[in-house]
Design a protein around this ligand. Structure first.
Ligand code: NAP
Length: 432
């Protein structure tokens, strides 16, 4: 008998916890919330276990036993294939829907045609329409010249754009039909060796995404929100994204913002204190700006493809994949996941950096679930560990002359910093 829910009928939340509820656009969280998770493939199990250990320590420290997370284990990937004969079982999806607050380890996607990434499927099925990638410096080695000025959050639309999967190979009957249609209806002639892809970007999907980005910016007291687009070329998709983003922001968040044009034309170049400055940048310029003027950007809100490019660039600039956290959010549901994959060649060696998984979980618990004391404690511990050169192999390799810690040893170090932290001081220091 499988020990995890394979079908929707087998789903039974743990009795010692309570499910969070979504009411009138607000997440209602009990003191013993159920958080569903799966460990994933390759190195996933080891980093997810370490993330849970560190989050539990931070929750204990912050709330002294008055609050506690009840972790609900499910399966996906190779383990699910063995237990449930499905890579992404309906029982797991249903548990994630019910729990609303979810954590996942990376999943392996076999290379080859006809196989959709499980990660993409999960985002689509649960309609996790905003991918959030916070990028910050914790003292790790970095190629950026001014990492101390970096405090970015890339908000990438997750469901549309060229990622919608509407495409046909050049030699398919569908591509031929589309070419014929274009010729007949619009006089557009494409050569017969042309593959076809469609780039859908809609108003309501753009605006629900931008709304989440604005809420994040307001909650975290950020100074800048920037719309990244290639609207000068793709006028009716990316150009429309820019237009709809401004429209939503000015309709729903007028009291919180000034536009860059208003700063220049109305306020003589000096933005009023306490207002978020909203601007937009063409994608190629944006990719340079985060290198040359890092302090002038915070929340960067983008369609799908731009978000993919800039979040990878930003993470590389700030010290690599072992530190790169991510959160996928929808209406009253979130799944936290690191940016990196399952790194299968290191599986079972307990050497990969668990920080990306730990930080993803920290954002889930503080920024989505609302236990805001947890992330600052975890971030403090990570900063302390890096400052004292207590790191895993990837950062040790860059620092030179350091004996790397196993990830189990590393999280022991984090837990120790958390237990001995001055909570008041840590929270006072944490701007975000
Ligand atoms: P990967 O798993 O991200 O690993 C590539 C390299 O990145 C590793 O060899 C390692 O570099 C470094 N790395 C990854 N995770 C790290 C960590 N926690 N700490 C330190 N370094 C880390 O990418 P991949 O090898 O291309 O993909 C493996 C599988 O994962 C594929 O099946 C892919 O489809 C899947 N994948 C899943 C997700 C997801 O679940 N969201 C995302 C991406 C890829 P060094 O060897 O140089 O140290």
């Amino acid at each position: 008998m499988p020990s995890h829910p394979c079908t929707a009928d087998e789903v039974k939340p743990p009795s010692e916890g309570q499910l969070a509820r979504w009411e009138n656009g607000k997440l209602i969280v009990p003191d013993n919330p159920i958080v569903a998770y799966f460990k994933g493939d390759g190195t996933g199990p080891e980093i997810v276990e370490e993330a849970i250990k560190v989050v539990n320590a931070a929750v204990d420290k912050a709330y002294g036993g008055t609050r506690r997370i009840v972790w609900w284990e499910t399966v996906a990937g190779e383990e699910a294939q063995k237990e449930c004969n499905a890579l992404l079982p309906e029982g797991t999806l249903q548990a994630f829907r019910l729990a609303r607050i979810n954590l996942k380890g990376p999943l392996t996607t076999p290379v080859g045609g006809g196989y959709r990434s499980l990660n993409v499927s999960l985002r689509m099925i649960l309609d996790l329409y905003s991918n959030v990638r916070p990028i910050k410096w914790y003292g790790q080695p970095t190629p950026h010249c001014h990492p101390d000025k970096v405090d970015w959050v890339v908000f990438r639309e997750n469901t549309e754009d060229v990622y919608a999967g509407i495409e046909w190979p050049w030699n398919s009957p569908e591509a031929q039909k589309v070419r014929e249609f274009l010729k007949k209806e619009f006089g557009i002639e494409l050569t017969p060796d042309t593959g076809i892809g469609i780039k859908p970007i809609s108003k309501w999907k753009t605006q629900r995404h931008v709304r989440r980005a604005m809420e994040w910016a307001i909650r975290n007291h950020y100074r800048y929100v920037t719309i990244m687009h290639k609207g000068n070329i793709m006028k009716y998709t990316e150009g429309a994204f820019r237009e709809w983003a401004y429209e939503l922001i000015l309709n729903e968040f007028r009291d919180y913002v000034v536009t860059e044009d208003e700063v220049n034309n109305k306020y003589g170049g000096n933005a009023p204190e306490g207002k978020i400055i909203v601007n937009d940048r063409i994608a190629d310029n944006m990719l340079q700006q985060i290198i040359t003027r890092p302090a002038e950007y915070n929340v960067i809100v983008t369609p799908n493809l731009n978000g993919d490019y800039i979040s990878d660039e930003a993470n590389a600039l700030l010290g690599g994949i072992g530190m790169a956290a991510g959160l996928d959010i929808g209406d009253g549901i979130a799944v936290a996941e690191p940016v990196h994959g399952s790194a299968p060649k290191y599986a079972g060696q307990h050497k990969v950096n668990p920080n990306a998984e730990i930080l993803s979980a920290a954002y889930l618990i503080s920024d989505f679930m609302g236990w805001v004391e947890v992330r600052p404690l975890i971030e403090y511990a990570i900063r302390q560990a890096i400052a004292n050169k207590q790191v895993t192999y990837d950062l040790a390799r860059e620092m030179g002359g350091i004996k790397p810690l196993l990830n189990t040893e590393y999280t022991d170090v984090l837990v120790d910093y958390i237990r001995h932290a001055d909570l008041k001081e840590v929270l006072a220091q944490a701007r975000h």
